[in-house]
Design a protein. Structure first.
Length: 346
């Protein structure tokens, strides 16, 4: 039988794409999700893409006894932990929500796993944690390496770093536990089928979904925050990575840990940056129409350039991003144009 992989938050944007990538790699993923920031319609879409009905445990990762029962019933070989909240601005306004969901949820999950293992009801699974490149804050240099100073500048980033530190302590106490921490840069795009993609609730916090919604007519225009940075076109440069490349990075991390690779902390990015206007123009090529935008003042805390050095992920996992900006935008447009209201219109 193929190994079972438990995906917390597996119905979300990155989790759903990772579900597909795991199935394609021969694993049996099981979704754990409370659907607070995802939509049940994704399950039918996953069935259409993979040809298998997803197994989904509906509940909250904060419910430790219930999570323990899930671990006991499915005995996963690995756990990939996506569940959490992720809006930087909201985290500033509601920090306690972020500590409860991100830190408290991770603690609950780890306690549930340990209790199941200690009771002899499940093996000790490998553990992959969905972290963020925002733990680096304003970097001293680019590309950003994993050894860069950690300077989280928001409660969201701080909660992710706190979980990373908690995992480090858990490994010291239980050395047999293999843990992989993956620090993402800017996930964008959608599955090539157009059936699953990013569906943020409310006003998008990230560039690509906002551009998509402008292109499809849901929003009037994009605000470009600053055009006077020391970059070729004056707009900020970021490392955008296709969500399918990111999903395949999780599969590579699971495979490595199950093969006995010791724990690791790795950047997942392309290793090169694209400016805001690069994204706008690539999206215009994808959708065949102009994307209206206006220049707005810089936002506090934004930096001119921010992109990864992904060399260690290539060395340790044999993984690297393969899809370029035009493919990211084409896939985003296929998803958005086919689902103008997101999953709510399904």
């Amino acid at each position: 039988m193929s190994p079972t992989i438990l995906l917390t938050g597996g119905a979300g944007y990155i989790g759903s794409h990772t579900f597909v990538a795991l199935v394609e790699a021969g694993y049996t993923p099981v979704i754990l999700d409370n659907f607070s920031n995802s939509h049940p319609a994704v399950l039918d879409r996953l069935a259409r893409i993979t040809g298998m009905t997803p197994v989904c445990e509906r509940g909250d990762v904060l419910d430790t006894p219930w999570v323990q029962s899930v671990v006991t019933r499915h005995t996963p070989a690995a756990v990939v932990h996506f569940a959490g909240v992720k809006a930087v601005g909201e985290s500033v306004a509601q920090p306690l929500k972020y500590y409860r969901q991100n830190v408290g949820g991770s603690l609950s999950l780890l306690q549930a796993i340990e209790s199941a293992v200690d009771a002899g009801a499940a093996p000790l699974p490998a553990f992959v944690f969905s972290s963020t490149a925002t733990v680096y804050g304003d970097p001293d240099e680019v590309p950003v390496r994993e050894s860069a100073p950690l300077r989280p500048s928001s409660p969201y980033a701080q909660t992710k770093l706190t979980v990373e530190e908690m995992l480090g302590c858990a490994v010291v106490a239980r050395p047999a536990w293999r843990v992989g921490v993956l620090r993402y840069f800017n996930p964008v795009g959608a599955h090539a089928s157009g059936l699953i993609g990013e569906d943020p609730s409310g006003i998008p916090n990230n560039l690509m979904p906002f551009v998509s919604q402008v292109a499809v007519g849901r929003r009037e225009r994009l605000s470009v925050f600053g055009n006077d940075y020391p970059t070729p076109d004056g707009t900020g440069i970021r490392d955008y990575i296709h969500v399918q490349d990111l999903a395949e990075g999780h599969v590579a991390a699971v495979r490595a840990l199950l093969a006995g690779q010791p724990g690791f902390t790795l950047n997942l990015g392309t290793g090169k940056g694209s400016s805001v206007l690069d994204v706008v123009h690539a999206f215009e090529r994808a959708c065949g129409r102009p994307v209206p935008y206006q220049v707005a003042p810089r936002r506090p805390g934004d930096v001119a350039e921010y992109f990864a050095d992904p060399a260690r992920a290539r060395e340790l996992l044999g993984w690297q991003a393969r899809r370029g900006l035009d493919e990211m935008c084409a896939d985003s447009w296929r998803w958005q144009s086919g689902n103008p209201a997101g999953y709510a219109g399904a």
